[in-house]
Design a binder for this molecule. Structure first.
Ligand code: GLU
Length: 430
Protein backbone atom coordinates (compact mmCIF):
# COMPACT_ATOMS: atom_id res chain seq x y z
CA UNK A 1 0.00 0.00 0.00
CA UNK A 2 1.45 3.33 -1.01
CA UNK A 3 1.70 6.20 1.36
CA UNK A 4 -0.78 8.36 -0.53
CA UNK A 5 -3.48 5.71 -0.45
CA UNK A 6 -3.10 5.11 3.26
CA UNK A 7 -6.27 5.67 5.27
CA UNK A 8 -4.31 5.98 8.47
CA UNK A 9 -3.25 9.54 7.84
CA UNK A 10 -4.22 12.35 5.54
CA UNK A 11 -2.22 15.42 4.67
CA UNK A 12 -3.36 18.11 7.04
CA UNK A 13 -3.13 21.77 6.10
CA UNK A 14 -0.66 23.48 8.41
CA UNK A 15 -2.15 25.78 10.99
CA UNK A 16 -1.61 29.51 10.79
CA UNK A 17 -0.83 31.56 13.89
CA UNK A 18 -4.57 32.29 14.02
CA UNK A 19 -5.86 28.74 13.59
CA UNK A 20 -3.43 26.70 15.71
CA UNK A 21 -5.82 25.49 18.46
CA UNK A 22 -3.18 25.34 21.18
CA UNK A 23 -2.05 28.89 20.37
CA UNK A 24 -5.71 29.98 20.32
CA UNK A 25 -6.15 28.54 23.82
CA UNK A 26 -2.92 30.12 25.07
CA UNK A 27 -3.84 33.58 23.75
CA UNK A 28 -6.93 33.64 25.97
CA UNK A 29 -5.05 31.94 28.82
CA UNK A 30 -2.43 34.71 28.78
CA UNK A 31 -5.05 37.48 28.90
CA UNK A 32 -6.87 35.75 31.77
CA UNK A 33 -3.61 35.08 33.64
CA UNK A 34 -2.67 38.77 33.42
CA UNK A 35 -6.11 39.86 34.66
CA UNK A 36 -5.91 37.38 37.55
CA UNK A 37 -2.34 38.48 38.27
CA UNK A 38 -1.54 34.79 38.36
CA UNK A 39 1.66 33.86 40.17
CA UNK A 40 4.37 33.10 37.51
CA UNK A 41 4.98 29.63 38.98
CA UNK A 42 1.28 28.75 38.89
CA UNK A 43 1.15 30.11 35.34
CA UNK A 44 3.75 27.51 34.32
CA UNK A 45 1.93 24.69 36.10
CA UNK A 46 -1.51 25.52 34.72
CA UNK A 47 -0.39 25.83 31.10
CA UNK A 48 1.62 22.60 31.02
CA UNK A 49 -0.04 19.22 30.40
CA UNK A 50 0.67 16.55 33.05
CA UNK A 51 1.23 13.90 30.38
CA UNK A 52 1.14 13.64 26.58
CA UNK A 53 1.12 10.18 25.06
CA UNK A 54 1.37 9.17 21.39
CA UNK A 55 0.63 5.55 20.51
CA UNK A 56 0.80 3.46 17.36
CA UNK A 57 -2.30 1.42 16.67
CA UNK A 58 -1.69 -1.53 14.34
CA UNK A 59 -4.94 -2.87 12.92
CA UNK A 60 -5.90 -5.58 10.45
CA UNK A 61 -8.20 -4.01 7.85
CA UNK A 62 -11.11 -5.91 6.31
CA UNK A 63 -9.16 -6.29 3.04
CA UNK A 64 -6.49 -8.26 4.85
CA UNK A 65 -3.87 -5.49 4.87
CA UNK A 66 -2.30 -4.21 8.05
CA UNK A 67 -2.42 -0.49 8.81
CA UNK A 68 -0.91 1.57 11.60
CA UNK A 69 -2.94 4.46 12.97
CA UNK A 70 -1.70 7.16 15.35
CA UNK A 71 -3.50 7.95 18.59
CA UNK A 72 -3.02 10.52 21.32
CA UNK A 73 -4.16 10.98 24.90
CA UNK A 74 -3.26 14.16 26.73
CA UNK A 75 -3.87 14.54 30.45
CA UNK A 76 -3.78 18.26 31.03
CA UNK A 77 -4.48 18.75 34.74
CA UNK A 78 -5.63 16.70 37.74
CA UNK A 79 -5.64 19.32 40.52
CA UNK A 80 -9.43 19.11 40.91
CA UNK A 81 -9.91 15.39 40.21
CA UNK A 82 -9.39 12.67 37.59
CA UNK A 83 -8.80 13.64 33.97
CA UNK A 84 -11.99 13.96 31.95
CA UNK A 85 -12.57 14.46 28.26
CA UNK A 86 -13.64 12.94 25.00
CA UNK A 87 -11.92 10.94 22.29
CA UNK A 88 -12.29 12.09 18.70
CA UNK A 89 -11.72 10.22 15.46
CA UNK A 90 -10.89 12.40 12.46
CA UNK A 91 -8.29 12.69 9.69
CA UNK A 92 -7.53 16.21 10.94
CA UNK A 93 -6.57 15.23 14.51
CA UNK A 94 -3.20 16.69 15.59
CA UNK A 95 -1.35 16.74 18.88
CA UNK A 96 -1.75 20.55 18.97
CA UNK A 97 -5.49 20.11 18.75
CA UNK A 98 -5.64 17.38 21.41
CA UNK A 99 -3.49 19.49 23.75
CA UNK A 100 -5.80 22.48 23.32
CA UNK A 101 -8.90 20.35 23.79
CA UNK A 102 -7.43 18.80 26.96
CA UNK A 103 -6.75 22.24 28.44
CA UNK A 104 -10.26 23.39 27.49
CA UNK A 105 -11.61 20.37 29.41
CA UNK A 106 -9.69 21.50 32.51
CA UNK A 107 -11.23 24.99 32.34
CA UNK A 108 -14.66 23.61 31.40
CA UNK A 109 -14.85 21.22 34.36
CA UNK A 110 -13.69 23.99 36.69
CA UNK A 111 -16.25 26.46 35.26
CA UNK A 112 -19.00 23.88 35.82
CA UNK A 113 -17.48 23.27 39.26
CA UNK A 114 -17.43 19.49 38.85
CA UNK A 115 -14.63 17.44 40.44
CA UNK A 116 -12.55 16.64 37.38
CA UNK A 117 -9.38 17.78 35.69
CA UNK A 118 -9.01 17.87 31.93
CA UNK A 119 -7.92 15.38 29.28
CA UNK A 120 -8.57 14.56 25.64
CA UNK A 121 -7.78 11.86 23.14
CA UNK A 122 -7.80 11.44 19.41
CA UNK A 123 -7.03 8.97 16.67
CA UNK A 124 -6.02 10.09 13.17
CA UNK A 125 -8.44 8.17 10.96
CA UNK A 126 -11.37 8.76 8.65
CA UNK A 127 -14.37 6.95 10.13
CA UNK A 128 -16.39 7.42 6.93
CA UNK A 129 -13.93 5.07 5.19
CA UNK A 130 -13.82 2.44 7.94
CA UNK A 131 -16.16 -0.46 8.62
CA UNK A 132 -17.71 -1.06 12.02
CA UNK A 133 -15.32 -3.95 12.55
CA UNK A 134 -12.29 -1.80 11.70
CA UNK A 135 -13.49 0.92 14.05
CA UNK A 136 -13.93 -1.64 16.81
CA UNK A 137 -10.39 -2.98 16.32
CA UNK A 138 -8.93 0.54 16.28
CA UNK A 139 -10.83 1.40 19.46
CA UNK A 140 -9.80 -1.74 21.32
CA UNK A 141 -6.12 -1.49 20.39
CA UNK A 142 -6.04 2.25 21.17
CA UNK A 143 -7.62 1.54 24.57
CA UNK A 144 -5.10 -1.21 25.28
CA UNK A 145 -2.24 1.16 24.36
CA UNK A 146 -3.39 3.95 26.72
CA UNK A 147 -4.75 1.52 29.33
CA UNK A 148 -2.31 2.53 32.09
CA UNK A 149 -3.50 6.13 31.94
CA UNK A 150 -7.19 5.25 32.28
CA UNK A 151 -9.37 4.44 35.28
CA UNK A 152 -12.32 5.90 37.20
CA UNK A 153 -9.87 7.66 39.55
CA UNK A 154 -7.32 8.52 36.87
CA UNK A 155 -8.75 9.57 33.53
CA UNK A 156 -12.27 8.99 32.23
CA UNK A 157 -12.88 9.31 28.44
CA UNK A 158 -16.19 10.12 26.75
CA UNK A 159 -17.49 10.62 23.20
CA UNK A 160 -16.40 13.52 21.02
CA UNK A 161 -16.39 14.07 17.23
CA UNK A 162 -17.15 10.80 15.36
CA UNK A 163 -17.25 8.63 18.49
CA UNK A 164 -20.43 7.51 20.22
CA UNK A 165 -22.07 5.18 22.73
CA UNK A 166 -20.85 2.10 20.86
CA UNK A 167 -17.25 3.37 20.97
CA UNK A 168 -17.56 3.88 24.72
CA UNK A 169 -18.99 0.38 25.17
CA UNK A 170 -15.91 -1.08 23.39
CA UNK A 171 -13.57 0.97 25.58
CA UNK A 172 -15.38 -0.14 28.73
CA UNK A 173 -15.24 -3.77 27.64
CA UNK A 174 -11.56 -3.66 26.65
CA UNK A 175 -10.55 -2.02 29.91
CA UNK A 176 -12.70 -4.47 31.90
CA UNK A 177 -11.19 -7.50 30.14
CA UNK A 178 -7.70 -6.29 31.10
CA UNK A 179 -8.50 -5.71 34.76
CA UNK A 180 -10.61 -8.89 34.94
CA UNK A 181 -13.80 -7.29 36.22
CA UNK A 182 -16.42 -4.92 34.81
CA UNK A 183 -15.52 -1.30 35.42
CA UNK A 184 -18.38 0.82 34.15
CA UNK A 185 -17.06 4.15 35.53
CA UNK A 186 -13.95 4.09 33.30
CA UNK A 187 -15.83 5.88 30.50
CA UNK A 188 -18.99 7.97 30.24
CA UNK A 189 -21.41 8.40 27.38
CA UNK A 190 -22.15 4.66 27.36
CA UNK A 191 -25.48 3.21 26.22
CA UNK A 192 -28.09 3.51 28.99
CA UNK A 193 -28.41 -0.29 29.11
CA UNK A 194 -24.66 -0.53 29.83
CA UNK A 195 -24.75 1.77 32.86
CA UNK A 196 -24.84 4.99 30.87
CA UNK A 197 -26.88 7.91 32.19
CA UNK A 198 -30.32 8.83 31.05
CA UNK A 199 -30.12 12.23 29.36
CA UNK A 200 -26.40 11.98 28.50
CA UNK A 201 -26.95 11.74 24.75
CA UNK A 202 -29.05 14.91 24.79
CA UNK A 203 -27.00 16.71 27.47
CA UNK A 204 -24.75 18.93 25.33
CA UNK A 205 -27.69 20.01 23.14
CA UNK A 206 -29.86 20.59 26.22
CA UNK A 207 -27.06 22.69 27.68
CA UNK A 208 -26.95 24.78 24.49
CA UNK A 209 -30.67 25.47 24.82
CA UNK A 210 -30.36 26.42 28.51
CA UNK A 211 -27.37 28.69 27.90
CA UNK A 212 -29.04 30.29 24.86
CA UNK A 213 -32.06 31.00 27.08
CA UNK A 214 -29.91 32.70 29.75
CA UNK A 215 -27.85 34.60 27.17
CA UNK A 216 -31.08 35.87 25.57
CA UNK A 217 -32.24 37.09 29.00
CA UNK A 218 -28.97 38.92 29.47
CA UNK A 219 -29.57 40.66 26.14
CA UNK A 220 -33.18 41.48 27.17
CA UNK A 221 -34.42 39.07 24.52
CA UNK A 222 -36.35 35.83 24.68
CA UNK A 223 -35.49 32.43 23.28
CA UNK A 224 -39.15 32.21 22.31
CA UNK A 225 -39.42 33.79 18.89
CA UNK A 226 -35.64 34.19 18.45
CA UNK A 227 -34.24 33.41 14.99
CA UNK A 228 -31.53 30.77 15.36
CA UNK A 229 -28.88 29.43 12.98
CA UNK A 230 -27.09 26.19 13.86
CA UNK A 231 -23.89 25.11 12.10
CA UNK A 232 -23.39 21.35 12.40
CA UNK A 233 -26.08 18.69 12.63
CA UNK A 234 -24.31 16.07 14.73
CA UNK A 235 -25.21 15.16 18.30
CA UNK A 236 -24.79 18.71 19.63
CA UNK A 237 -26.29 20.75 16.77
CA UNK A 238 -29.27 18.56 15.98
CA UNK A 239 -30.43 18.06 19.56
CA UNK A 240 -29.67 21.70 20.46
CA UNK A 241 -31.77 22.88 17.51
CA UNK A 242 -34.62 20.53 18.34
CA UNK A 243 -34.72 21.66 21.99
CA UNK A 244 -34.46 25.35 21.11
CA UNK A 245 -37.35 24.91 18.69
CA UNK A 246 -39.32 23.15 21.45
CA UNK A 247 -38.75 26.26 23.57
CA UNK A 248 -40.19 28.55 20.95
CA UNK A 249 -37.13 29.52 18.88
CA UNK A 250 -37.37 29.61 15.09
CA UNK A 251 -34.56 27.62 13.47
CA UNK A 252 -33.97 29.59 10.26
CA UNK A 253 -30.70 27.96 9.21
CA UNK A 254 -28.85 24.67 9.72
CA UNK A 255 -25.98 22.87 8.05
CA UNK A 256 -24.22 19.54 8.07
CA UNK A 257 -20.91 18.52 6.56
CA UNK A 258 -22.35 18.66 3.01
CA UNK A 259 -24.64 21.69 2.82
CA UNK A 260 -26.53 24.49 4.53
CA UNK A 261 -30.28 25.12 4.58
CA UNK A 262 -32.14 28.39 5.07
CA UNK A 263 -35.81 29.23 5.52
CA UNK A 264 -36.81 32.64 6.88
CA UNK A 265 -40.09 31.16 8.10
CA UNK A 266 -38.31 28.46 10.10
CA UNK A 267 -37.27 24.87 9.36
CA UNK A 268 -39.34 22.12 10.97
CA UNK A 269 -36.82 20.20 13.11
CA UNK A 270 -38.89 17.07 13.51
CA UNK A 271 -39.22 16.73 9.75
CA UNK A 272 -35.55 17.57 9.19
CA UNK A 273 -34.41 14.99 11.76
CA UNK A 274 -36.58 12.36 10.08
CA UNK A 275 -35.18 13.35 6.68
CA UNK A 276 -31.60 13.26 8.03
CA UNK A 277 -32.12 9.83 9.61
CA UNK A 278 -33.42 8.48 6.31
CA UNK A 279 -30.92 10.09 3.90
CA UNK A 280 -27.87 10.35 6.22
CA UNK A 281 -27.41 14.00 5.12
CA UNK A 282 -29.79 16.99 5.13
CA UNK A 283 -29.09 17.90 1.48
CA UNK A 284 -32.25 17.94 -0.61
CA UNK A 285 -34.63 18.60 2.30
CA UNK A 286 -37.73 20.08 0.68
CA UNK A 287 -38.61 22.55 3.48
CA UNK A 288 -35.73 25.01 2.90
CA UNK A 289 -33.40 26.60 0.34
CA UNK A 290 -29.71 25.75 -0.02
CA UNK A 291 -26.88 28.00 1.24
CA UNK A 292 -23.13 27.50 1.48
CA UNK A 293 -21.38 27.02 4.81
CA UNK A 294 -19.92 30.54 4.72
CA UNK A 295 -23.29 32.08 3.81
CA UNK A 296 -24.89 30.17 6.69
CA UNK A 297 -22.69 31.81 9.32
CA UNK A 298 -23.52 35.26 7.95
CA UNK A 299 -27.31 34.81 7.77
CA UNK A 300 -29.50 37.37 9.54
CA UNK A 301 -30.42 35.85 12.91
CA UNK A 302 -30.50 36.54 16.66
CA UNK A 303 -28.56 33.53 17.89
CA UNK A 304 -25.80 31.66 16.04
CA UNK A 305 -24.71 28.25 17.32
CA UNK A 306 -21.46 27.01 15.75
CA UNK A 307 -21.64 23.32 16.61
CA UNK A 308 -19.35 21.81 13.99
CA UNK A 309 -15.62 22.15 14.61
CA UNK A 310 -12.75 24.56 15.30
CA UNK A 311 -11.86 27.77 13.45
CA UNK A 312 -15.21 28.51 11.80
CA UNK A 313 -15.44 32.16 12.87
CA UNK A 314 -12.17 33.86 11.99
CA UNK A 315 -10.83 37.33 11.23
CA UNK A 316 -12.09 36.76 7.67
CA UNK A 317 -15.81 36.38 8.38
CA UNK A 318 -16.35 37.77 11.90
CA UNK A 319 -17.07 41.24 10.49
CA UNK A 320 -19.98 39.89 8.42
CA UNK A 321 -21.70 37.99 11.25
CA UNK A 322 -25.15 39.38 11.97
CA UNK A 323 -26.11 37.38 15.08
CA UNK A 324 -26.48 39.26 18.37
CA UNK A 325 -25.52 36.21 20.41
CA UNK A 326 -23.13 33.34 19.65
CA UNK A 327 -23.44 30.16 21.72
CA UNK A 328 -20.45 27.91 21.04
CA UNK A 329 -21.58 24.30 20.72
CA UNK A 330 -18.25 23.12 19.27
CA UNK A 331 -14.90 23.48 21.00
CA UNK A 332 -12.81 26.34 19.65
CA UNK A 333 -15.10 27.51 16.81
CA UNK A 334 -14.02 31.15 17.18
CA UNK A 335 -10.43 32.37 16.86
CA UNK A 336 -8.93 34.96 19.22
CA UNK A 337 -8.70 37.42 16.32
CA UNK A 338 -12.41 36.95 15.60
CA UNK A 339 -13.19 37.50 19.31
CA UNK A 340 -11.77 41.01 19.08
CA UNK A 341 -13.93 41.84 16.03
CA UNK A 342 -17.10 40.40 17.60
CA UNK A 343 -16.38 42.23 20.84
CA UNK A 344 -16.08 45.54 19.01
CA UNK A 345 -19.41 44.85 17.28
CA UNK A 346 -21.08 44.15 20.63
CA UNK A 347 -21.86 40.49 19.88
CA UNK A 348 -22.36 38.46 23.06
CA UNK A 349 -20.18 35.34 22.69
CA UNK A 350 -20.90 32.59 25.21
CA UNK A 351 -17.67 30.56 25.10
CA UNK A 352 -17.39 26.82 24.50
CA UNK A 353 -16.04 26.08 27.99
CA UNK A 354 -19.38 27.27 29.37
CA UNK A 355 -21.83 26.81 26.49
CA UNK A 356 -21.08 23.15 25.75
CA UNK A 357 -20.42 22.07 29.35
CA UNK A 358 -23.76 20.21 29.48
CA UNK A 359 -22.14 17.07 28.06
CA UNK A 360 -19.40 16.76 30.62
CA UNK A 361 -21.79 17.71 33.41
CA UNK A 362 -24.01 14.72 32.68
CA UNK A 363 -20.84 12.66 32.20
CA UNK A 364 -20.11 13.57 35.80
CA UNK A 365 -23.60 12.35 36.77
CA UNK A 366 -22.94 9.11 34.88
CA UNK A 367 -19.66 8.58 36.74
CA UNK A 368 -21.43 9.23 40.07
CA UNK A 369 -24.29 6.84 39.20
CA UNK A 370 -21.85 4.11 38.08
CA UNK A 371 -19.91 4.39 41.32
CA UNK A 372 -23.12 4.26 43.37
CA UNK A 373 -24.74 1.59 41.21
CA UNK A 374 -27.92 3.64 41.54
CA UNK A 375 -29.47 5.23 38.47
CA UNK A 376 -31.47 8.43 38.30
CA UNK A 377 -34.63 9.32 36.44
CA UNK A 378 -34.16 11.49 33.35
CA UNK A 379 -36.05 14.33 35.04
CA UNK A 380 -33.55 14.28 37.95
CA UNK A 381 -30.62 14.37 35.51
CA UNK A 382 -32.13 17.29 33.59
CA UNK A 383 -32.99 19.23 36.72
CA UNK A 384 -29.47 18.88 38.15
CA UNK A 385 -27.97 19.78 34.79
CA UNK A 386 -30.02 22.96 34.67
CA UNK A 387 -28.98 23.90 38.23
CA UNK A 388 -25.28 23.52 37.38
CA UNK A 389 -25.36 25.28 34.01
CA UNK A 390 -27.45 28.23 35.14
CA UNK A 391 -25.19 28.71 38.20
CA UNK A 392 -22.10 28.50 35.95
CA UNK A 393 -23.55 31.05 33.52
CA UNK A 394 -24.03 33.59 36.31
CA UNK A 395 -20.66 32.78 37.94
CA UNK A 396 -18.98 33.56 34.61
CA UNK A 397 -21.13 36.64 34.09
CA UNK A 398 -20.19 37.92 37.53
CA UNK A 399 -16.48 37.31 36.91
CA UNK A 400 -16.72 39.06 33.53
CA UNK A 401 -18.61 42.06 34.87
CA UNK A 402 -16.44 42.56 37.92
CA UNK A 403 -13.25 42.50 35.81
CA UNK A 404 -14.75 44.32 32.83
CA UNK A 405 -13.90 41.53 30.40
CA UNK A 406 -16.02 39.55 27.94
CA UNK A 407 -17.60 36.21 28.87
CA UNK A 408 -14.79 34.21 27.23
CA UNK A 409 -12.09 35.79 29.37
CA UNK A 410 -14.44 35.71 32.37
CA UNK A 411 -14.85 31.94 31.89
CA UNK A 412 -11.10 31.37 31.57
CA UNK A 413 -10.54 33.48 34.69
CA UNK A 414 -13.13 31.54 36.67
CA UNK A 415 -11.82 28.14 35.56
CA UNK A 416 -8.16 29.04 35.97
CA UNK A 417 -8.65 30.63 39.39
CA UNK A 418 -10.42 27.51 40.68
CA UNK A 419 -7.64 25.24 39.41
CA UNK A 420 -4.95 27.61 40.75
CA UNK A 421 -6.61 27.68 44.17
CA UNK A 422 -6.66 23.87 44.39
CA UNK A 423 -3.06 23.64 43.22
CA UNK A 424 -1.98 26.11 45.88
CA UNK A 425 -3.92 24.41 48.67
CA UNK A 426 -2.71 20.93 47.74
CA UNK A 427 0.88 22.18 47.49
CA UNK A 428 3.57 20.76 45.26
CA UNK A 429 4.57 17.18 45.95
CA UNK A 430 8.33 16.76 46.09
N1 GLU B 1 -16.38 15.65 24.37
C1 GLU B 1 -17.23 16.44 25.21
C2 GLU B 1 -16.63 17.79 25.47
O1 GLU B 1 -15.82 18.28 24.71
C3 GLU B 1 -17.64 15.69 26.46
C4 GLU B 1 -16.54 15.33 27.40
C5 GLU B 1 -16.96 14.42 28.55
O2 GLU B 1 -18.14 14.17 28.70
O3 GLU B 1 -16.06 13.99 29.27
O4 GLU B 1 -16.97 18.47 26.41
Amino acid sequence: MTRSSSIASQPHAAYTAETNPYEAMMKRFDVAAAKLELDPGLYKILRTPVREVTVSIPVALDNGHLEVFTGYRVLHNIARGPGKGGIRYAPTVTIEEVKALAAWMTWKCAVANIPFGGAKGGVICDPSRLSLGELERITRRYTAEIMDMLGPEKDVPAPDMNTNEQTMAWIMDTYSMHVRHTVTAVVTGKPVALCGSRGRREATGRGIMLIAREAAKKRKMKLKGARVVVQGFGNVGSIGAELMEAHGAKIVGVSDIRCGLFNKAGINMKKLLQYGAKHKFIEGFPGAGKVSNSELLELPCDILVPAATENQITSENAGQIKAKIIVEGANGPTTAEADAILNAKGVLVVPDILANAGGVTVSYFEWVQDRMGWFWKESEVNERLEDILVASFYDVDEMARSHKVNMRIGAYMLGMSRVAQNTKTRGIYA
